[in-house]
Every structure is written in C-alpha cells, then in structure tokens.
Ligand binder design. Sequence first.
Ligand code: FAD
Length: 479
Amino acid sequence: SCALLLFREDLRLADNPALTAAARSGRPVTALYVFDPDLRGARGLGAASCWWLAQSLRALADDCAAIGLPFAVRVGPTEETVRKAVAEAGAGLVGWNRRYVAAERDTDADIKSGLRDEGVDVESFNARLLYEPWEIEARSGGPLKVYSPFWRACRAKGEPPEPLPKPAKAKIAAGPKLEGIAIDELGLEPTKPDWAGGLREAWPVGEAGARRTLSAFLKRGLKGYATDRDRPDRPATSRMSPYLRFGEVGPRQLWHAAKQAADGGEASAKDVEKFHAELGWREFSYHLLHNNPDLASRNFNARFDDFPWRKPDSAHLRAWRKGRTGYPIVDAGMRQLWTTGWMHNRVRMICASFLIKDLLVDWRVGEDWFWDTLVDADPANNAASWQWVAGSGADAAPYFRVFNPTLQGEKFDPEGAYVKTFVPELKDVPLKWLHKPWEAPEDALRAAGVTLGQDYPKPIVDHRAARDQALAAFDRIKA
Ligand code: FAD
C-alpha cells in the first residue's frame, strides 16, 4: 500500500518531516492538499491570504512534479475528503505536519483515531514551530503568560534540530496520482476588480521565493538587525512572515540560517540573538493560542471586557483602512498594507495603537481588517499582537502607553523615506513638517503643492485630546 501525505500549512519540500518520513517509509507516496472553506466553523482565510495560497499551491505543484511526487488539490470537508482519498489511493499510511488552531487540531485528532480504527497507520510531525506549545511549561507547571520566562524555558531545551534536506527525486517512489481540481477553480483569486497587482509585484510566492528572499536578508538585512529592525525605511527585516504562515519556510531553517551567518562572521551574535528572539515571539503567540483557543475574539485579560469602546464611526474607520487619517506614518502603513499585503512591525504597532487609542475602537475590529488584508495574517501572531497593543493581552504593553504618531514617525522614519514612498502626495513637504503637515506654515505647504483637506486630509482627530480620552476610558476599568 502507499503513503498519503497531506500538505497543509507546510507548503514546502525541504525541512518537511512528514514528507521525509513518507519517502523513507519505503512505500510509494502520493500527496494531497484539501481546501476546506468551512472547517468546523473555523475562521476562513482572508482575501490576501487566499491570493497567497493560490500562488503557493501552484509553486508547490511544480516543485512536487520536479521530484516526481504526485500531487492533487481537492475541495471539501476535510475528514470526508481525506477518507475518500485514503480509500482511492489504497493508503496504508497517512502523514502530516501538525496544526494549532483548535478546529484544525480537533479535526486532525478525529481523522487520526478514525483511520487508526480502520487499521491505517497515521503519523504526525512538527514542522511549524521550534518547540511544541505543550512542551513549554512554567516551573510550577501550566502555561506561561510572560514572554521572558517563556523564552528562557524554550532556550533551556537546547538548540532546535537541524532542518531536513529536500528529498531527492531518486528517493521518492511515486504512488498513484489522485484526481484533483485545477487551482484556478478554487476561486481564491480576485477577478473583478483584480486588486492583487501590488501583491504580485511585492512577493515571489513559493518555496523558491522564500529561499531567495531569505538569502537577500542574510546578505543585507541581518547585519545590524538588532537596531535597524525598527526602521520601516530600511530593508532591515526578513519579510519571512508570509512564508512562515504558509510554511514555505520553517522556523528551524531560519534559526539555523541566521546562526550560520553569525558563525561565518556576516552578522554579529547580537543581531542573531535578536532575530532568534523574534522567532521566539512567534512561538509565544502559538503557546498563547494553544492555551487560549479564542485568542482572536476574547480579551486575554477579562478586565477589558468592560472597556468602553466607541461604536466605530464609519468615516473614521474608512479613513483608517484607506490610509487617510491625516497622520502620515499611519497612512503610509495602512497604504503599504493595502497595496503589498504586508506592513512593517513598528508601523503595525503605530497603526494599531491609533485605531485602539486615538479612535477608541475595539481591537477586534482592527484584527479583523488585518486578517483580511495581510498576506501573513496568522491566527496566533495577529491575535496576540493586537491584544498586546490593546493592553488586554499576555505580557502586553500597558494600556496607558499611547503611541504618538508624530514622534514615532520622526524617530523611526527620520528622513521620511517611508512616508514618501506610500504617501507620495507629501513628497515635497519639508522634512520638518513631513510627520505633522498640519503644523506647517501655509506657504511651505503651497510650495510643496499640498492643500490640506484637498490633496491630503487634515488629522481626523486631535492626538492630544484623543489620548486624554483614551486614558479616561482606561480609568474606568482600572479599579
Ligand atoms: P522579522 O523582523 O524578520 O522577524 C522574523 C520573524 O519573527 C517574523 O517573520 C515573525 O514570524 C516573527 N516575528 C517578528 N516580530 C514578531 C512579533 N512582534 N510578534 C510575533 N512574531 C514576530 N505577524 C505575523 O506573522 N502575522 C500577523 O498576522 C501579524 N499581525 C500583527 C499585528 C499587529 C498589530 C502587530 C503589532 C504585529 C503583528 N505581527 C504579525 C508581528 C510582526 O509585525 C510581523 O511578524 C513582522 O512584521 C513580519 O515581518 P518580518 O518577517 O520581516 O519580521
């Protein structure tokens, strides 16, 4: 009998333990991706993620063909579709890499026990995380709620294992090719209008694209990462997040690639430590999600259940989404998100803080917009990060710490290059006023070809007044 390999959020051939095990099982292997738009009520992918998934599946299909691994895509309820495929292929072994959203975890547990009852072997592996969320515990037992002790506990487990190589063509015995549907037919990509032009330009999707993007980062970005990672105007971060989300790269590969760069003297130990620590924040998010399955919908800190959020003003919300708040760093971020499906981490914090604190909108509204528009929209990282900014999360920024968008812009985009890229109507505004155009003398703006309220919006709220209101609102739940 053959081995059936299920691809899910591990759309790669290298460092794919389920694939390696299937290839080594001595059985012929056939691979399947099941697209299940309605997995036990789990949240469906957002629009940008759907776009990414389609590109990634196409790349994976080509990569599988190159090593002689038959690969098919099917749509339907996961359990039923897998059972059918097992019967059709006559599989005696089914393998996959684990998932961590509750609905996925429960589905996989049911598939596993169902197949085992029928005498089919099932094997699952970890391809997605450095450490399984349940392996890390507080000293007194139980989940951790603070990052530093969490990361210390992870590090105490030792180095993550070395990544596995991609199986060679000669090592794969091809199983029967399952009938599948064309990726176009999944309906994952926009047609009318086709808003994905900016995404196509920004991202080489797929495992080979991940490799290229990573090697550019190792050459240019990792050196100086510890300080420059906060600079949205520089190519200082890895842009690995969407590849991690869909599994075109795994964290073990990133861990060891960065370590090798330090060993080879291309980056300092400090840079690599910081990069590893950021991978650690991702691990922490997954630890939180594992222990709090409704992290995207429920305040981690229940005190925030009584927070007096405002009913979102639709004009404010539209301005935030479209990047028309009148605060240049916020608008640059929101436009970067809309056009490229990604936003720099520092600017994510600024934009999230603006929605939550300046506009007093419930963090879940923003989380939902990011979910729809980010190509790296991640069930653990997005939820944990929004709660972190709101102050309702685990080990979160205190609510009273309100980002000042002007000062943040001046500090982290000091030459204004980032704002000018995404808010080109301000490109001739003198740097002195670029992050606060409403304070510029009228003749300076006129010389730059800008009339506030026409070419670029006036601030939709006054930051200082908004901050006071936010703090007053917070006082109501402080007690
Ligand atoms: P790098 O700096 O190169 O970091 C490498 C990897 O480490 C990242 O790819 C990511 O997996 C992880 N990482 C880095 N920073 C963080 C962080 N603060 N928290 C958790 N993991 C981190 N990240 C997502 O992957 N998906 C999301 O949906 C998401 N939503 C966010 C929403 C808000 C409001 C905020 C403030 C942050 C969010 N982040 C999210 C975290 C972070 O912004 C991104 O992971 C990072 O910007 C990705 O860029 P990069 O790959 O170049 O990061």
